[in-house]
Design a binder for this molecule. Sequence first.
Ligand SMILES: C[S@@+](CC[C@H](N)C(=O)[O-])C[C@H]1O[C@@H](n2cnc3c(N)ncnc32)[C@H](O)[C@@H]1O
Length: 266
Amino acid sequence: MTDSAVTRRPVTQAESRRASRGWWDAGADEYQAEHGEFLGVADFVWCPEGVREADAGLLGPVAGARVLEVGCGAAPCARWLRSQGADVVAVDLSAGMLRHAARLNAVSGIHPPLVQADAGDLPFADRAFDVACTAFGAVPFVADSGRVMREVHRVLRPGGRWVFSVTHPMRWIFLDDPGEGGLVAVHSYFDRRPYVEQDEDGRPTYVEQHRTLGDRIRELVAAGFVLQDLVEPEWPDGHEKEWGQWSPLRGRLFPGTAIFVARKPD
Ligand SMILES: C[S@@+](CC[C@H](N)C(=O)[O-])C[C@H]1O[C@@H](n2cnc3c(N)ncnc32)[C@H](O)[C@@H]1O
């Protein structure tokens, strides 16, 4: 990828969706090879800092609950949820990622249903779920994340919980560098134009969206949610594993992940 193929510019929802499908389909094998072991086969890891749902309990009790996972990737979280007695459905946009999900369902013998769909257009009835969640799925990749918030709100029952993790918005001001180069502020936190990689014809091939903390909270509130918590996991002592731009060096200085815990009012 040359520098000229990387830019920040507005993209439409359709461009963003097309780029995400292509990128996650093409990159599914590489993503699994790089991160599959850390994520596990039936485990719910919220972030590169290694916070596990088994310890954090952000979703509340899940046994017997109807749970929706959006942007499930290879669906380790959905399999963990099922192993805990949840009635879970796992959704992803990418056939390539769902191929890994189906393979690991077969390997583990744990079979959450897998559905290919866009998080902004969920093929489920109103109030169909008690809980919705995602670990870094869908939300950072959609141009209209407000629409995802509204869709999740629609499919949750009153009193239902919506928990999602994303890259912490303050990371936007730094280069994606796990080393010293990633400690220097170079971009404006307030620049909402997405990070775009594009091909020689200028078509986006990878798009990642930025929202400030305030933007995320406003989108949740506008969709009808009440924010209950914003978890900013600290880098644990002894955790030396890097994940892309997440590293012990940076993690000890500032947050890398934001986990939003929201509730649909009764
Ligand atoms: C960083 S991966 C996270 C996957 C998984 N949660 C994990 O922890 O490994 C992001 C996932 O979001 C999915 N995704 C991107 N845009 C989406 C959309 N609009 N709707 C549903 N899934 C989407 C991608 O296909 C990919 O599987």
